[in-house]
Design a protein around this ligand. Structure first.
Ligand SMILES: Nc1ncnc2c1ncn2[C@@H]1O[C@H](COP(=O)(O)OP(=O)(O)OP(=O)(O)O)[C@@H](O)[C@H]1O
Length: 905
């Protein structure tokens, strides 16, 4: 169909070059459906649910259940099977919720496309594109439907369809000779992206009818892939499983040797296994990351992978664009310069008109989106200058750093050029002195112009050189080089783009957090350095694009081996990629912004590629890990803070659920080591009631804890630091766990001995001491729950004192604790639950003792943290320059030429 002549195809599709009417488009949308690919769901949920029954921790529970059945304790066996089921369902629901959180991000930035409707080009959501729509495609756009080119020429990155990463040329004028549709040189496909050029194309297939739909190659939005953290935790879970089994295997014969019956020894082993399983560990981590994703989205940062949340927290350097990210991207013409004199705006009418003629002529056709072009066009309009009749356009690109337009003004053909002064000045042979007077541009004149550029840049202004050639029709309007030669410099225009007000605070926060801020910009070195200085970036060194190109890798490494911030000016996309590589090589975790098509490789190479939601291209957004909906530097810093918070909360949560393993294991160890002389102080079912009942909600609530006050006052954690460290385990097991175990056992023995028990006395049903024994196991259970309350409160902070964060600041945790207490009360007071779990109402005198338990656990940890804080305060801060006085500024004496700058330090 696509090889039909264009007009025939348009007729077949019921369309024309001016596009469909809005009403016709709406009718087709209702009739044929939205332009979306069906989400492959199907039986995947079954596989996911199945996986919850087979991960290492579930296997450990299966082992415990099997052991219970084999050793004649079927009730316990069934209870554990029930636990596995409930666990799997909860985990499954949590992971689904996490996946939904990531998928929902698509809704924040609905992809859009430009189409002609009723003859007017407008932006509509991609889902609303229908057959017959006429698409307008430009550099950086992602193609959203299969379409046949009507005019124009494009370079297309087809890698998503064909795997071929070299861009291919697609042009309306090419003959349609290909055998396969996918090779047709006049067709563009959904899922590919335009790396350069401009074209219009009529849509002939949407949604699942596109080639992409046919091969169903839609990549899932990263929800399925396992993050390094999840991998790490899974490995830890295996380790725990191995340790539990090893201890079980070791203790089982010991118990038998010590005189336990096989059944008792098995009860002991089962208890050990169950106590060691941190139920809910994996899904809760996934959920905490997903909640992080949602919080980030609300603050303007959309991350595409769960793992980005954890990586963000360890960012050590942010490499940011200047225009629009640090600055407001609201440009205004501030000063003009011509013939050696500076003018305020339109102060001199003839200068203003001459320069405005270039501004009016020399812009991309779709200029309205670029604030700089808008400012220049606005100025030209204010001065009353109309553009000429355009003949040819040589587009701006960040390598040439200039653009030009050939236009007819009456009988004259004029080439207008504007761009970075270093790029335009070498093309000029003369300069303008008003009216028809021009003069040759001698080396001293060039110096004068360069000095003027430097002076503007020093004030943080963006400077463009404006030049033209009048008269003879340029022979090669097809050739930029030919058109942009023998130019006459008309003058300079300096634009003001003030910094965003919130950036200074964000930069200061980065410095406190030990994060370096590098500016990588296409702009002039001095402009960039001045804007950087205005927002508090401590410019330690300025490197220009040509300097960077001239450096060897070793030289670049030594330049980067300093602690201050840097400015990379007049940079190229290749330079950006090289920097991302070099920084990662030296161990940095790099967040790097970018917006153009050429930035995509650097965005992919950085640890966190950050694309701009407003001004960025589809290609950059596709390559990035994080998209900023507000293009704001401060949002990156907010995201880093959120990443740190999520990471720390995971540690709090892990600390909390690991801490209770000790008081759960110790009763079994006492039972086994006393060879039954001490009755079992805690039953396996009671352990399950703790692990699955009382513990769950506070654990989840810890994942929602707010950031600690000093979360951004510490250096970033280094790459590869594990979530579960020896220090964390020490605090969980040796400190809180041991204190809890001692308290629980003390209360157990207290209740038992007060009832007249002596070691070796029988406590089985029917014996005198049985009622007291039930009360004693109940008190062990309650003491562990009470200690858990203390642990939960202590775990809320890793360093800070409780009074600094406030006892009531995490309402969710208070609710969780209330639930925990109510659940525990139910277990010991309600007769059906008493029968099921072997509990009895505890004696009244134990109530104040139970109340003291949380205070003691929390108190010991509070003391530990106070000592740790004092120790940290005694260690002198590292002399790394970040926390010391501001490094020597790179704002160098004004006479110095940009090329010399890097050699001055
Ligand atoms: N539309 C344009 N026409 C002519 N020259 C331009 C145009 N846009 C930018 N320039 C020149 O090219 C230089 C580099 O621009 P580029 O877009 O690569 O980076 P930038 O916008 O200055 O900075 P950043 O990388 O921080 O966004 C600018 O400083 C300016 O001198």
């Amino acid at each position: 169909m696509t090889t039909e002549p264009t007009e025939l195809l348009l007729r077949d599709l019921g369309s024309c070059r001016g596009g469909l009417g809005e009403r016709e488009a709406a009718r087709r949308l209702a009739l044929y459906g939205a332009n979306v690919l069906p989400v492959s769901g199907g039986a995947r949920w079954l596989v996911e649910l199945g996986a919850q029954f087979t991960h290492p921790l579930a296997l450990l529970l299966w082992l415990a259940a099997g052991l219970s059945f084999v050793t004649g304790n079927p009730a316990l066996g069934w209870a554990i099977v029930g636990v596995i089921g409930v666990n799997a369902l909860v985990a499954f629901a949590q992971e689904r919720q996490a996946a939904r959180a990531v998928q929902a991000l698509a809704g924040y930035l609905p992809p859009s496309a430009r189409v002609a409707r009723d003859g007017v080009v407008r932006t509509v959501p991609v889902a609303e594109i229908v057959r017959g729509d006429v698409l307008h495609v430009g550099e950086g756009d992602r193609i959203c439907a299969d379409a046949r080119l009507l005019d124009g020429e494009l370079e297309l990155d087809m890698s998503s369809l064909t795997g071929e990463s070299v861009p291919v040329v697609r042009a309306a004028r090419l003959p349609d000779v290909a055998d396969r549709l996918i090779d047709a040189p006049t067709v563009v496909f959904s899922g590919t992206s335009c790396t350069s050029g401009q074209a219009t194309a009529v849509v002939f297939a949407t949604g699942s009818h596109t080639e992409l739909g046919r091969i169903a190659a839609l990549s899932q939005r990263g929800a399925g892939e396992e993050s390094p953290l999840q991998r790490q935790v899974r490995r830890t879970a295996w380790l725990i499983a191995a340790v539990a089994i090893a201890i079980g295997v070791l203790f089982l014969p010991l118990g038998l040797l010590a005189g336990l019956s096989l059944r008792d020894a098995a009860v002991f082993a089962v208890g050990l296994l169950v106590a060691n399983v941190p139920e809910g560990l994996l899904p809760t981590i996934t959920l905490a990351l997903a909640v992080g994703v949602r919080v980030l989205a609300r603050s303007g940062a959309l991350v595409k992978r769960l793992s980005a949340v954890e990586t963000l927290g360890s960012t050590t350097v942010i490499c940011t664009d200047k225009t629009g990210t640090i600055t407001q991207n609201q440009m205004a013409v501030e000063r003009l310069w011509a013939a050696g004199r500076e003018f305020a705006g339109a102060e001199d009418a003839s200068v203003a008109v001459a320069l405005a003629t270039v501004m009016a002529d020399c812009n991309p056709l779709e200029a309205s989106a670029d604030p700089m072009e808008r400012a220049l066009l606005g100025f030209a309009e204010a001065v009353g200058v109309q553009p000429g009749q355009r003949i040819a356009t040589f587009r701006f690109d960040s390598r040439r750093k200039r653009m030009s337009v050939v236009a007819r003004h009456g009988s004259q053909v004029v080439v207008s050029v504007k761009g970075a002064p270093e790029s335009v000045l070498p093309l000029c042979t003369s300069w303008w002195f008003g009216g028809d007077v021009t003069s040759a541009l001698t080396p001293p004149d060039r110096q004068l112009v360069e000095d003027a550029v430097d002076a503007f840049a020093q004030r943080g202004l963006r400077v463009l050189a404006l030049a033209e050639r009048r008269g003879a029709v340029p022979s090669g309007a097809e050739d930029a080089e030919d058109a942009e030669s023998r130019l006459c410099l008309l003058g300079l225009v300096a634009l003001l783009d003030p910094p965003r007000p919130e950036v200074a605070d964000a930069v200061a926060a980065c410095h406190r957090a030990g994060i370096r801020v590098n500016v990588i910009t296409g702009d002039h070195a001095r402009t960039a350095a001045e804007i950087a200085r205005q927002v508090g970036i401590r410019v330690d060194r300025v490197v220009t694009g040509p300097e960077l190109d001239a450096m060897t890798d070793r030289e670049l490494d030594s330049v980067l081996d300093r602690d201050g911030d840097m400015v990379f000016a007049r940079s190229t996309p290749e330079g950006k990629l090289r920097l991302a590589d070099a920084l990662r090589h030296r161990g940095d975790v790099v967040a790097m912004t970018g917006d153009g098509v050429n930035d995509a490789p650097a965005l992919r190479r950085a640890d966190i590629g950050v694309a701009m939601g407003r001004s960025g291209t589809d290609v950059a957004r596709e390559a990035a890990t994080m998209v900023l909906t507000d293009d704001d530097f401060a949002t990156i810093v907010t995201a880093v803070r959120e990443g740190r918070r999520v990471w720390e909360n995971l540690r709090k949560f892990v600390l909390y659920i690991f801490a209770h393993a000790v008081p759960e294991v110790v009763p079994f160890a006492v039972f086994a080591l006393s060879a039954g002389a001490v009755p079992l102080p805690l039953t396996v079912l009671q352990i399950l009631a703790i692990d699955l009942g009382t513990e769950t909600l506070p654990a989840l609530a810890l994942g929602r804890e707010g950031a600690e006050p000093d979360v951004m006052d510490r250096p970033p954690r280094s790459r590869g630091v594990h979530l579960i460290t020896a220090r964390l385990l020490g605090r969980a097991w040796l400190l809180m766990g041991t204190v809890s175990a001692v308290l629980a056992m003390a209360l157990f023995f207290l209740v038992l001995t007060r009832a007249g028990w002596r070691p070796g006395d029988a406590v089985a049903a029917g014996h005198r001491l049985h009622a007291a024994y039930l009360q004693a196991t109940t008190i062990t259970f309650l003491a562990i729950v009470a200690c858990q309350v203390g642990t939960a409160i202590a775990a809320r902070t890793e360093r800070a004192a409780l009074r600094d964060i406030g006892l009531t600041s995490n309402r969710l945790l208070l609710a969780g604790i209330a639930f925990e207490i109510a659940f525990a009360a139910g277990v010991v007071l309600l007769p059906p639950l008493q029968r099921m779990l072997g509990t009895a109402a505890p004696p009244l005198y134990t109530v104040p003792l139970l109340l003291a338990c949380p205070v003691l656990v929390w108190g010991v940890d509070e003391f530990y943290r106070a000592v740790a804080r004092r120790r940290a305060a005694d260690v002198p801060p590292p002399r790394d320059g970040r926390t010391g006085p501001v490094g020597r500024s790179a704002l160098l004496p004004p006479r110095q030429r940009p090329e010399d700058w890097s050699t001055t330090r």
